[in-house]
Every structure is written in C-alpha cells, then in structure tokens.
Design a protein around this ligand. Sequence first.
Ligand SMILES: Cc1ncc(COP(=O)(O)O)c(C=O)c1O
Length: 391
Amino acid sequence: MNPSIDPIPFARPMIGSDEEAAVLRVMRSGWLTTGDEASAFEREFAAFVGCRHALAVNSATAGLHLALEAHGIGPGDEVLLSPYTFASAAAVVRHLGARPVFVDVERDGFNIDPEALAETAAAHPTARAVMPVHFAGLPCRMDRIIEVARAHQLVVIEDAAHAFPSPTAGGYAGTIGDTGVFSFYATKTITTGEGGMVCTKDDEVARRITMMRLHGIDRTVWDRYRTPGATWKYDVHEAGFKYNLPDILAAIGRVQLGRAEAFLESRKRIAARYREAFSDADFLTLPPDGDGNAFHLFVVRLKLDSLTIGRDEFIASLAERGIGCSVHFIPLHVTRFYAGTYGLFERQFPRALEAYRRAVSLPIYPGLDDDPIDRIIDAVRAVGAAHRRIR
Ligand SMILES: Cc1ncc(COP(=O)(O)O)c(C=O)c1O
C-alpha cells in the first residue's frame, strides 16, 4: 500500500465518552461480573425488540449453544442450516453431539432457501431444528421458513448475529421463531466487545438457559451475595457452561442500545450511497435489499466474466488503495473440517459456492464519513475499470 494513503479499515466500533463513563461507573461500583447492569441490559433489550425473555450471554456462539441445548437438541438429532454462515453456528451443533445438515441459499441471495429447506426437511426425518441466519442483516423469509418448520416439527432458532435492529411486519428478526440469538462482537451493529443476547418466548427455555449459562447452578452470584437475605448456598442441577455477560460489558451494551437507531440510519445512508454509485457498474451485482435490513454488511458480487482478475486480486487492489475489505463467508461445506467430516463436495451447494467466489464485503459502519465513502466508491470503480475484460 502507498504509505501516504490513510487506510480505511473494514470495520470500526463506535465507542464514545458515554460508553467510557458507563465502564468507569461499573468499575468503581465494586461489582464487575454479572449483576444489576446485565439485568438492566436484558430488560432494555427485551423492551426494544418486544420479546418475553432476553438473556445476556458472553457471545452469540454461546447463545446458539445454549438455545439448541435448551430446546433439547442432542445426540442423534440433525439441525438444518445454510453453509453460508460462520463456523460457530455448525460447531455448537457438533458440541451437542448432533449433526449439521446444510441447505443451499436462495438464488441471487445469501439467506437459506425455504424451498430447499422443505426438500431437505422431508428427506431428513431426524431433523429437529432449523437455524436460519439473517445474513448481512437482511431478514430471511420467515413466514415460509416457519410454515416448513411447523410441517416438519422443527424448532426455529434464528441466528440474528447480523440482524439488529431488523424490524419486520412479523416483529424484529430474532423474535419471530422460537428463539433468536444476537451478537455484540466488536464488528457488529452494536457491540460490547464480545457478547450476545438470547431472546425467547418460551418460559421453560428461558429458565434452562438462565441456569445453564452459569454452571447449571440454581442461583446467580448476584442472588447469592447481593439480594436481601442472601446466602452462600446453591445447588448444581446440571453440568452447565460459563456463558454469562459481565456487568462491565453489559454497561457498554446499554449505551450502544440507546444509539442503535442512529447507527442504523448511518448504515442505511452508506448503503444508499453505494447503491447509487454502483447502479451502472457492469462488473458487480448489488446485494439484495428488503424490509428490516440492518445493513451489518454490504456484500457486492463481482461479475467475474467481465473482469480480468479474480475476487482475491480485486480485494488486494483495493487494499493497495488503502481500502479494507473482507469476505463473508467461506461456506462451511468447503472448509477442511466440514467437507472432510461429512464427505461434502464444492458443487453440492452451488449457490453458496458461487456467492462465495464472487463476494466482496465493503466497509459499512457509522463512523464512515462522506470522504472515505467517496474514496471507497472511486477505488471500487477504478479497480473495475482497470481490469475490465474487453470482448
Ligand atoms: C452469522 C453469525 N453467527 C454467529 C456468529 C458468532 O457470534 P459471536 O462472535 O458473538 O460468537 C457470528 C460472528 O461473526 C456470525 O457472523
């Protein structure tokens, strides 16, 4: 990269003085781990998305693990999901002794194809759950997915790691199925550094997750030490996990939650700029859009037959111009572990494969002002023009 160019990172969290003050307040309170702040974050998040139970956890990965476990997924079960997702979604299925079964994405989209889901569900009578991921923040076709799930007695666990806030006619993404899981990882639409939230309408699932996220014991540390009449006593009901969200992080989450609508407006503005700027670009395809898009990612697809370079070179050329890009995702069925363990081959999920080969995720985050957006647009257009295939 030219050293005189100011690099534009692919992602950057928006952390300001309010988040700093919130952390300081908790640090000075004498209570750092899960307590009042985490409970307040849960109440506020539940009110925001309109769900019955919101349970704070230390990652979405932990949340997906807990959600599957609480819905009774275990050895011998199958869980349906698209390969176009992050590694942890399939890993937690394995951790429970169950088997991930992949279903291809929609034509020209990145979300699971509900018709392919119906076919796979019919062919897999031992499937117990489906985990649709609202890729890039664009809600999946939940009406049809829920219809298919009901027909095949599948629990619907939404992976809403990218989808906050994603308001749809049927409610916020993450609250439409049986249980939904959000991520507050550093690059997500709101962040606590690491963190997540599980939303469920099911009282029994909420009770189970509350217990399993903290060692399978029947009382939280806060209950044991801080509530009136507190006692040190507890009992262990299960071999649980250590998946609780500490108050220091919950305090950041509460501030970020209050900024979520403003963040969304910024992301929408950037997406609109990209859409306009690339509307006549003949070397790429714009991502699908629709109601409730949280614009976590902006993934364009290169038209590889109109370019003389491949996707990786395209990203390298942007990097030389100081533009940080990424690729979401390497489909799980082409990764060493999943391909090897389940005997999967590349063309088995042709749409996911095609999406991956062409995908470039451009920077999209609230701190991105007009100048860097202009630079990104100019750079993408320049790389496209410099490598146009002449026919
Ligand atoms: C679709 C999807 N699901 C789950 C996760 C896991 O989130 P976390 O890092 O909070 O565990 C991610 C993280 O990037 C993701 O992109």
